[in-house]
Design a protein around this ligand. Structure first.
Ligand SMILES: [Zn+2]
Length: 390
């Protein structure tokens, strides 16, 4: 019985390395194929010691690479390792046992909880009750304290959104918020856009009408993955913001109406936006899946959906599924409603969270400023902050 140790060398069998995991994994033996191990060799010949990037292409690795010999060695730092000699060329590499345990292939699928890596810390919420308090941070704290910044950025990955309070209600400040975790994604709407009543609105956003839950810019590929909305002035009445977790809704659709789920994930829909300066078009399913069959993105905005091109006999079935999905997303109990106050800046994942607003009075001159940024950039900033505070 191996206890206390992450893993020990078990041996070499059939050209593969075998490692026995520690007590936590019940002493399970896991196998590493030669070609896999060789591709992941981090020796000075195989990888750049500083950047850690591989120096070879996949065709440089012999497909019949095998492990011919392996022995435990005490590493100077970072725990014990296994020195491996590869065939057919006699190449030698060193693999840390902890690293091998973390990258085990056998049992990998069992460790995934449905979404696995793809969920990336996401916690789905069906209603406001699932969240408890709205995830928020005060801007002065966020700026001054890395821990507050980590908490706020983590909330965007976990819940899909966060509200920063006390961001000075000054035009343009939303760009500074975006730059605090990444880069502004400029679009045809500019570096930032104003959400307020305009005399000749080219978009429903620039009226006082109600807007149902939707995602932004579905006619772009890639879609802007983060959206920010900064409240400068509120209407006297109405203009409340509503958020819906599209991933949670998709999970419900899959559970309650698997046929509709299959139709929507398997049908490509074309979205388009046109004005004087832009002709933007993108074709994607309303619910986009990963190769593992898990939900990885939602696009929902009927305003820009183009005529569906489907075999005649499949059209009614598509509309039935589309309607079911729309009704599910519009359910009031799915919507988290909040009233942004001047200084509030909402940051949300535009691939997951749908946003809505209620109609509002023309008095009070409601004014929001928004911009777009990138979710992977936010995740990167968070990872760097976490690394620095560890
Ligand atoms: Zn090597």
């Amino acid at each position: 019985v191996v206890s206390g140790l992450v893993a020990v060398l078990a041996g070499v069998r059939g050209g593969e390395l075998e490692v026995r995991l520690g007590a936590e994994a019940e002493g399970r033996v896991v196998r590493f194929p030669g070609v896999w191990l060789r591709d992941n060799c981090l020796c000075g010949e195989c990888a750049d010691p500083v950047a850690g990037q591989k120096l070879h292409g996949v065709t440089d690795i012999p497909l019949d690479a095998s492990v011919v010999e392996a022995e435990m060695v005490e590493a100077e730092a970072g725990g014990d390792g296994v020195a491996v000699t590869f065939g057919p060329d006699g190449h030698r590499g060193l693999f840390e046992l902890g690293w091998l345990a973390r990258h085990a292939l056998d049992g990998y699928e069992d460790e995934l909880d449905g979404y696995g890596d793809e969920l990336n810390g996401k916690e789905l919420w069906g209603a406001s009750a699932d969240i408890g308090a709205v995830p928020e941070a005060r801007w002065p704290c966020y700026v001054a304290d890395p821990a507050a910044r980590i908490g706020a950025l983590r909330a965007v990955l976990r819940w899909g959104f966060v509200v920063l309070r006390e961001v000075p209600a000054v035009p343009g400040r939303v760009l500074e918020v975006a730059e605090s975790f990444g880069f502004v994604r400029e679009t045809n709407y500019g570096r930032l856009f104003d959400v307020r009543i305009e005399p000749a609105p080219g978009n429903l956003a620039f009226t006082s009408r109600e807007i149902l839950p939707h995602t932004d810019n579905p006619y772009r590929d890639p879609v802007p993955t983060i959206q920010l909305l900064h409240c400068l002035r509120v209407a006297d009445e109405g203009g409340d913001t509503g958020l819906v977790d599209g991933f949670a809704a998709a999970a419900e659709l899959q559970a309650t109406d698997p046929e509709a789920f299959e139709v929507l994930t398997g049908t490509t829909v074309r979205f388009e936006y046109r004005d004087k300066a832009a002709v933007l078009s993108a074709s994607q399913p309303l619910i986009q899946l990963s190769p593992r069959g898990t939900v990885r993105g939602i696009r929902f905005n009927n305003r820009s959906v183009q005529p569906i091109r489907l075999p005649y006999e499949r059209v009614r079935e598509f509309y039935a599924a589309y309607r079911t999905w729309a009704e599910l997303l519009a359910r009031p109990e799915r919507r988290l409603v909040m009233r942004l106050a001047p200084g509030d800046c909402l940051i949300f994942d535009n691939t997951r969270i749908l946003h809505a607003r209620t109609a509002f009075s023309v008095t009070g001159s409601r004014h929001l400023q928004g911009c777009y940024a990138d979710l992977d950039g936010l995740a990167s900033t968070l990872a760097v902050l976490e690394r620095e505070t560890r």
